[in-house]
Design a protein around this ligand. Structure first.
Ligand code: NAD
Ligand code: TYD
Length: 366
């Protein structure tokens, strides 16, 4: 099976590539989509290599003869079509995106270009390629989206599920919502067999240190102030990235075209709780020579339009496709802290060359 993975040098995309080609490969299993004999998996990683991309995140599989990287912008339709005609994919797993809410507040343009226009170009390239080879029915297009398209929950609201109405509130979530609508339209109008997953906040190894968890780990390790937006009472539902990679591949193998699957980690936590737990875990690993790291927490100006709460009910993917999250949050967070302590080679150059940890997304008009 030939799979074009977009965004495979990013955080979640690289976990998907490692899952497809690494020691946990589903090649060991004997069926795909429940019936056909499984074939070797070959991956074409379509990644433009933005600031968020790191080749080190796929180093463990990059020497495989079943792995290729093409540095293509998904908004470049003709380059995509050529690459698809050469590789002849049976499926696309689409993860390429601008993914950081704070950056979408500072500069929404790239979000529209990659997340909206790029998804449109990718849908067209997949559709033309599947029609060209007369494989439209067996083709699969898995679109990886976010629970942020559903807006913000109140404390007493039921978690999001596949029936929740779209209500995006940030430039990032608006661009992802638009992309979901295009994907659905290509299924209904052109018969492209698409599957959408909407997942909650991921965490784990190879997470770019602009996002809450890796940023707080690295600042806590360095003994620097830990900036918590507002009062730290916003709630996210945390999903370990390798559980998510398995969910995406499960959706590809067993998902029903035209369907959406909500994927969550059953781990709702306030931001303050997450940051305090990171402080305690870093103290336990490194000792408290800088003092109790909880004292580094600083409440700073809130994010404009900050969604209060996200939470996911993932019963559908659990019951229909048999996926369950396997990593409990405190354990996953401890593994993540340990991973950052052991893998300075990966993150140190990012801090010195790409992002030094300064505040983003304060919406100052320029
Ligand atoms: P990321 O920012 O870590 O990686 C994105 C990757 O896409 C990078 O390697 C980048 O080079 C590539 N890319 C960006 N623009 C591109 C373009 N125009 N053409 C080709 N490649 C391009 O993102 P992530 O956190 O791994 O997220 C992956 C997907 O999952 C995204 O679609 C995101 O919306 C979705 N998602 C993420 C989370 C999360 O918690 N991180 C939660 C829900 C959904
Ligand atoms: P983030 O990792 O940016 O993910 P998202 O905005 O997609 O949920 O942020 C997670 C939560 O942490 C969010 O409520 C904003 C908050 N946050 C902070 O309090 N301080 C920070 O420095 C960052 C980056 C995020």
């Amino acid at each position: 099976m030939k799979i074009a993975v977009t965004g495979g040098l990013g955080f979640i995309g690289s976990a998907v590539v490692r899952h497809l080609l690494g020691p946990t490969t589903p090649r060991g299993e004997d069926t795909i989509r429940g019936e056909d004999p499984i074939e070797p998996i070959e991956v074409m990683n379509v990644d433009k290599v933005t600031y968020a991309a790191t080749t080190g995140s796929v180093a463990s599989v990059a020497e495989s003869p079943f792995y290729h990287h093409v540095a293509i912008d998904i908004a470049d339709g003709s380059a995509l079509r050529e690459a698809f005609a050469r590789f002849e994919p049976d499926a696309v797993i689409h993860l390429a995106a601008e993914s950081h809410v704070d950056r979408s507040i500072d500069g929404p343009d790239a979000f529209v270009r990659t997340n909206v226009v790029g998804t449109y170009e990718l849908l067209q390239a997949a559709r033309f390629e599947a029609e060209r080879r007369n494989v439209l029915d067996s083709f699969r297009f898995v679109h990886v989206s976010t629970d942020e398209v559903f807006g913000s929950l109140g404390l007493d609201d039921e978690p999001f599920d596949e029936t929740t109405a779209y209500d995006p509130r940030s430039p990032y979530s608006a661009s992802k919502a638009a992309s979901d609508h295009f994907v659905r339209a290509w299924h209904e109008t052109y018969g492209l067999p698409t599957i959408i997953t909407n997942c909650s906040n991921n965490y784990g190894p190879f997470h770019f240190p602009e996002k809450l968890i890796p940023l707080m780990i690295l600042k806590a390790v360095a003994g620097q102030p830990l900036p918590v937006y507002g009062r730290g009472d916003n709630i996210r539902d945390w999903l370990y990235v390798e559980d998510h990679a398995r969910a995406i591949v499960t959706a590809l193998r067993r998902g029903e075209p035209g369907q959406t699957y909500a994927v969550g980690g059953n781990a709702e936590r306030t931001n303050l709780d997450v940051v305090q737990t990171i402080c305690d875990q870093v103290d336990a690993e490194l000792g408290d020579e800088v003092g109790d790291r909880r004292n580094l927490i600083e409440f700073v100006a809130d994010r404009p339009g900050h969604d209060l709460r996200y939470a996911i009910d993932s019963s559908k993917i659990q019951q229909e496709l048999g996926w369950v999250p396997s990593i409990e949050f405190t354990d996953g967070l401890a593994r993540t802290v340990r991973w950052y302590l052991d893998n300075e080679w990966w993150w140190r150059p990012l801090l010195s060359e790409r992002y030094d940890g300064q505040r983003l997304g304060v919406a100052v008009a320029s």
